[in-house]
Design a protein around this ligand. Structure first.
Ligand SMILES: NC(=O)c1ccc[n+]([C@@H]2O[C@H](COP(=O)([O-])OP(=O)(O)OC[C@H]3O[C@@H](n4cnc5c(N)ncnc54)[C@H](OP(=O)(O)O)[C@@H]3O)[C@@H](O)[C@H]2O)c1
Length: 212
């Protein structure tokens, strides 16, 4: 199974606006490119905060007859509101992976809207997530952030590829996250250079692909 991160980033390396959300900074070309990556994927992991803050549309719009990847959501604490696009307009019932701590709450809120898989732990180990997805037969998994979730999968050495769109803005404000965000650094980050395998430009944006 291949796992690819896909993120849009400003010229100063930020992936959220000062209000903590991401909107209005990606062009039509970037949305089209995102649909290309999605159309090549069979599962799509989306971060809990990203769903709450951005309510992303999960349907592929550029290619009408293509099957959308199955949404996968990881929730360690609490639950998720059901009035989000991911529960309303996907081709597949989303897979929600939770813990023994919030299983009851998740069942109450999402029983008829999602397949629920509870881990017998209080945290969600990303290795367990990739194990579940492999067993379900998914071959190409796209991880569309946010930065906290990206960090967990990178820390677990589970990411094979990173797609980055460079968008032509500079925000400047300090403290805003980049594509991976935690209070610690990734182990041996300076010994693990990623390999640039593709770079294309469209309009004012650059589309980069890095592989391990
Ligand atoms: N520029 C872009 O392309 C792009 C793309 C996506 C998102 N974003 C931005 O990113 C922002 C959110 O990013 P974020 O980093 O705050 O949140 P996130 O990565 O979307 O979600 C993180 C949350 O997921 C839950 N989670 C479950 N298992 C986890 C695990 N193993 N590791 C880490 N988290 C786990 C945790 O919540 P619980 O502990 O409560 O369960 C955690 O707080 C959004 O507001 C959006 O604007 C930007």
């Amino acid at each position: 199974m291949k796992l690819s991160i896909n993120m849009a980033m400003t010229l100063d390396g930020k992936v959220v606006r000062p209000d903590g959300r991401w909107y209005g900074l990606t062009s039509k070309d970037d949305k089209h490119q995102m649909d290309v990556y999605r159309s090549q994927s069979d599962a799509l992991i989306i971060g809990k905060n990203s769903i709450i803050n951005d309510n992303p549309v999960v349907k592929i719009r550029a290619f009408p007859n293509v099957l959308n990847p199955r949404p996968v959501i990881l929730v360690r604490k609490g639950s998720l509101p059901i009035n989000k696009h991911v529960f309303e307009e996907s081709d597949h019932i989303p897979l929600v992976i939770c813990t023994k701590v919030n299983l009851k709450e998740i069942k109450t809120d999402l029983e008829n809207r999602a397949e629920i898989f509870a881990l017998d732990s209080e945290d969600i180990d990303p290795k367990k997530v990739t194990g579940i997805l492999k067993r379900k037969g998914y071959k190409n998994v796209l991880l569309e952030g946010g930065p906290k979730l990206n960090f967990s999968f990178l820390e677990g050495d589970l990411v094979d590829r990173v797609y980055i769109t460079l968008v032509p803005y500079i925000i400047g404000k300090n403290g805003l996250p980049g594509i991976a965000d935690q209070s610690i650094e990734l182990p041996k980050f300076d010994q693990n250079a990623w390999k640039l395998t593709s770079s294309t430009t469209k309009g004012n944006e650059v589309f980069l692909t890095y592989e391990k």
